[in-house]
Structures are given as C-alpha cells and as structure tokens.
Design a protein around this ligand. Structure first.
Ligand code: NAP
Ligand code: GLV
Length: 308
C-alpha cells in the first residue's frame, strides 16, 4: 500500500503523522506525490492547488482537515476519486470547548473584564443566567451538534440550523434558508460552524448582521469566507454588534495591518479552534484506507454536489 502525505505540514507535524500512521498501518510505504507516481491513497492537509495532479492509481483522497473547501476548489483534482473528510471525536470535542469558552466569556462579560483590566477600570457588569442567553449554532454536523450539546449541558438556550432536518436533544432544530432570518433575529450569540460552500460564502454580510438584535455577538469558528469582513467591522464600529470572536479569516495568517488585531470588540485566535490531533486522527484515516483498499466505500465521503 503506497501512501503520500501532501500539504502544509511542518517537519515536526509531518513526522508526527508518519509515526502515528505507521503504527496504524504498518504495511504502508511512503511515496512522494509527484506527477506520474503510483499512489494508492493521498492523505492531504489543505494542499496547494495542483499537488494531486498526475498521480497514478489513486483510490482515495483522505483529508486530514474537517473542512474541504480549499481542496474542492482545486480544478486539477483527479476526477472520480472519492474524497473523505476528517471526522474525529477528539477534534469535535476540542471545537465544543472553544465554542463553550467563547459563549461563556461573552455571557459573563469576561472579554469586557479583560479590556477593563488593561485600562485599570474597576466596574461590575450585569450578571445574567445561562438560561437567559439565546445561542444559535449554525451547522449541526460533527462540530455543530457536538458544540450545541456541550452548550446545552451548561444551561444555555440553544437553537441550531442545518440544511436538512436534524435532531439534537434539547436543541431547537431549524433548517432551510427561510428559517435563518427568524433565528438570527432572536439570538444573543451566533456560533458559526458551517462548511464554506457556494451557498454559505459571504453569509454574514451587512444585511444578515443587521438582523441580529442590538448587542448580539458573532463567534466564527468555521471559515473566514463566511464573513464579509468590512461589513462585520462596520457592525462592530457602529455598536450594533457587541463583540466578535474570530478564529478564521479571509487571509491567513491574518496580516499585521488588519484592523481585527487591535479592535477592542474583537477576540481572535490563529485558526486554532480545533486542530487535528494525529494521535487520534491517524486511526480514523487508517480505517478509511483499509476500507477503500478492501473495495468498500470510505466513511465521511464528501458530497461534491453539496460542497461538504
Ligand atoms: P459537517 O459534519 O459536514 O456539518 C456541516 C453542517 O452544516 C451540517 O449540519 C449541514 O447541514 C450544515 N450546512 C451545510 N450547508 C448548509 C446550508 N447551506 N444551510 C444550512 N446548513 C448547512 O461539518 P463539520 O465537521 O461539522 O465541520 C464544519 C466546518 O467547521 C468545516 O467545514 C470547517 O470549515 C470548520 N472547522 C473549523 C475548524 C477550526 O479549527 N476553525 C476545525 C474543524 C472544522 P446538513 O446536516 O443538513 O447536511
Ligand atoms: C480546520 O480548519 C479543519 O477544517 O480541520
């Protein structure tokens, strides 16, 4: 079995993946992904366009990332080869922790207290109960449903939104385009966990941000392309939005001159809401490699038509 590891991985990360995969797939042989090379499975971490072009005998493209928007945008992707995304409960749990930290910090004013500390201001802010905070989780897939469950367990009033009907215990589940404005209009915090597709790109524009109640906050843990950054800045500057927690951006790494870095109403992370952990994810990838080489369908196959 010939495997190629392709993508934006530092030397340490590459070694961690190769060690973890070698344990899970001792029979694997590593080959370079170069045009004309025989490769059974390409394990890819957000590769640059063109990196999979010309590989021979490819049976599976296994993403080591959950989101496959950049991969699917590669016009040179080999046609007809199944693509699987990374679904690892450890990554979903990490995402739920980040969502909880963001919602809890917004709810209890901890970002405001951090700002007050920088300015040596001693002022107590109103304290609300968790069940008074209405949280909307956009996307009820692996990440969204796990985050929604975690938020429910902490007492928040959680509603979720998906494309098709979904059920998550104790979460009010809405679906379809018509439900979104209704949900936005009654949410104190919106947590975005949608995939980036043609249907979701630019979702948070001036019009949709204006639907949020005055003083609402946005938590974007999915992709920078979901947000029209100039519109978000305007909504923060006008005071319509209270705060934004941003993990992902149109340009990454975020350029040092970007106003989000120093905006008093923005808390940002360097695309670290949920990193893939090779120690657990290697087993997930290995199971898919074995399935495909045995002639079975891989788990978590990307629906190209839907874009996720
Ligand atoms: P997933 O399991 O495929 O779930 C996607 C969810 O979004 C599904 O519930 C889907 O609806 C819903 N959805 C898709 N298009 C929609 C639309 N047009 N309208 C309404 N709902 C729509 O994906 P996931 O594993 O949860 O990951 C979600 C995203 O999180 C990834 O694509 C990635 O961008 C991001 N992510 C970020 C990080 C980070 O560190 N920042 C880490 C991991 C993932 P259905 O259920 O009806 O299909
Ligand atoms: C990270 O953003 C991922 O999609 O896994």
């Amino acid at each position: 079995m010939k495997l190629a590891l392709v993508g934006q991985l530092g030397a340490g990360e590459r070694r961690a993946w190769q060690d973890a995969l070698a344990q899970a797939l001792p029979e694997a042989r590593w080959v370079e992904a170069a045009p004309g090379a025989e490769v059974d499975v390409a394990l890819v971490a957000n590769p640059s366009p063109g990196r999979l072009q010309g590989l021979q005998g490819l049976k599976l493209i296994q993403s080591l990332w959950a989101g496959v928007d950049r991969l699917l945008a590669d016009a040179t992707l080999p046609a007809g080869v199944p693509i699987a995304r990374m679904v690892d409960p450890a990554m979903s749990a990490a995402m739920a922790e980040t969502a909880l930290w963001a919602v809890l910090s917004l709810h209890r004013g901890f970002f405001d207290y951090a700002r007050q500390q920088r300015e040596a201001v001693w002022r107590q802010l109103p304290q609300r109960r968790a069940d008074e905070v209405r949280v909307a989780v956009l996307g009820l897939g692996e990440m969204g449903a796990t985050a929604a469950r975690r938020l429910v367990s902490q007492g928040y009033r959680v509603a979720g939104w998906s494309a098709r009907p979904r059920e998550v215990p104790d979460v009010e589940c809405l679906h379809g385009d018509a439900a979104l404005p209704v949900l936005l209009a009654r949410s104190d915090v919106v947590v975005n966990l949608l995939p980036l597709t043609a249907a979701t790109r630019g979702l948070f524009d001036a019009q949709r941000l204006a639907l949020l109640p005055e003083g609402a906050s946005l938590v974007n843990l999915a992709r920078g392309g979901h947000v029209v950054e100039a519109d978000l800045l305007a909504a923060l500057d006008s005071g319509h939005l209270r705060h934004a927690v941003l993990d992902v951006f149109q340009a990454e790494p975020l350029p040092s001159e970007n106003p989000f870095w120093r905006h008093p109403r923005v808390t940002l992370l360097p695309h670290a809401a949920a990193l893939t952990d090779a120690r657990s994810a290697a087993a997930v990838a290995a199971a898919n490699v074995r399935a495909v080489l045995a002639g079975d369908t891989p788990a978590h196959r990307v629906e190209i038509r839907r874009g996720y």
